[in-house]
Design a binder for this molecule. Structure first.
Ligand SMILES: [Zn+2]
Ligand SMILES: [Zn+2]
Length: 388
């Protein structure tokens, strides 16, 4: 690489910066100085502007066994500015504003070229501790020990390195503390309604679990024109917050007067909801969602995942006679490079509402407080500013 032509004086050299390291499961992150190697071919080094905490960060922070590894830099929802690029990177240049995304979009494999899939086969989704193309790390602590990557992003650091298949250039006019939400969680929920289910105007939607993903599904269903959005949750307080996201009806799953949730929804909707979304990650709830959607055209979309090895069981008779659709949705079925810019434009056009997802903002130094808030269920999204 010909570094002399690059204005950045640190391009091509390791950078020393601060990162929040997860050194042991469940222990507070430690802010330390690290070195970040320059990007290799097809890689980009990014200065993070802000990052937000997603529940998967908490899951992998607590997890003791593989695929959890330590030390690791967590974080996978972010926005940043390209500091330097490796060889063979033409899509972005130094100074571009970019959003990293955990699900690859290589734009070359059969899946990325197809409109029907967002599941890249060149870089299939896995929770790897390495950069996806070389199976190595770009991070070291000051003792020279390797620090592991997370979900091809690792955003709890002032600088990170991301493969070009995991980064999309975005409009710099969008406020970064809103744009970063489209890096994972909000995109997943909105995309599940918009791209995976393709919710039609005037339809009825049921959402199982009103956490931040379920609320993002509600927002997606709302902008698609769904007229009735039924929220299902064990906690009736979720209805109040759900209303802000377009939820029109509420089913308290612990208090259905002796009926199952699906019986209640079938009665409410005179035959079942047009679309059901499972946003918790419980096999039993997938069955309940499937039972709640209308025969003939009902679609059930699964966004959550249950414990490893858990199974779903369906009666063969029911599958044939009810003609329903059951689909999984990773990253909301979105193709990151084309769909994230569309969602950002819809935010700028005041159609997609992102502001209401941000319940907290804080400085990088306070990142452990963000973990506490999310664990206690007190926040939807906490934006962490790297330089404030
Ligand atoms: Zn691909
Ligand atoms: Zn996430």
């Amino acid at each position: 690489m010909d570094n002399e032509n690059l204005p950045s004086i640190i391009a091509g050299k390791p950078i020393r910066c601060r990162a929040a390291i997860c050194r042991a499961p469940g222990e507070p992150l430690v802010i330390e100085e690290i070195t970040v190697d320059p990007p290799k071919s097809h890689e980009v080094r990014v200065r993070i502007i802000c990052t937000s905490l997603c529940y998967s960060d908490v899951t992998f922070w607590k997890m003791k066994d593989f695929p959890a590894v330590f030390p690791r830099i967590l974080g996978h929802e972010a926005i940043g500015i390209v500091e330097s690029v490796g060889e063979n990177v033409i899509e972005v240049a130094e100074g571009d504003i970019v959003i990293p995304h955990f699900l690859a979009d290589c734009m070359e494999c059969a899946d990325c070229k197809s409109k029907k899939s967002n599941l890249c086969s060149m870089f299939p989704f896995k929770v790897s501790p390495w950069m996806p193309r070389y199976q190595t790390s770009r991070f070291k602590d000051l003792k020279g020990e390797t620090i592991h990557h997370f979900l091809s992003v690792s955003s709890f650091t002032e600088y990170t390195v991301v493969d070009i298949a995991h980064v999309v250039k975005v409009d710099p006019a969008v406020p970064p503390n809103r744009a970063c939400l489209l890096s994972c969680g909000v995109s997943t929920g909105v995309g599940a309604a918009w791209r995976t289910a393709n919710v039609e105007a005037g339809t009825t939607v049921a959402i199982f679990g009103l956490g931040s993903i379920g609320l993002a599904v509600a927002e997606g269903a709302r902008i698609c024109g769904a007229t009735r959005i039924i929220g299902v949750d064990v906690n009736p307080e979720k209805f109040e917050i759900g209303k802000m996201f377009g939820v029109t009806d509420f089913v308290h799953s612990k208090n259905c007067g002796g009926k199952s949730v699906s019986q209640v929804i079938i009665e409410m909707t005179d035959g079942g909801a047009d679309y059901c979304f499972e946003c918790v990650g419980l096999a039993s709830l997938v069955h309940e969602a499937y039972a709640s959607c209308r025969k003939g055209w009902g679609k059930t979309i699964v966004l959550g995942v249950d414990k490893p090895g858990s199974q779903l069981r369906f009666s063969s008779f029911e599958v044939l006679h009810h003609g329903k659709v059951l689909m999984g949705s990773l990253f909301g079925g979105l193709k990151a490079k084309s769909d994230i810019p569309i969602l950002l434009k819809r935010y700028m056009d005041k159609e997609l509402e992102l502001d209401k997802f941000v319940t907290h903002e804080m400085r990088f130094e306070d990142i452990n407080k963000a973990f506490d808030l999310l664990k206690e269920g007190k926040c939807l999204r906490c934006v962490i500013w790297m330089d404030k």
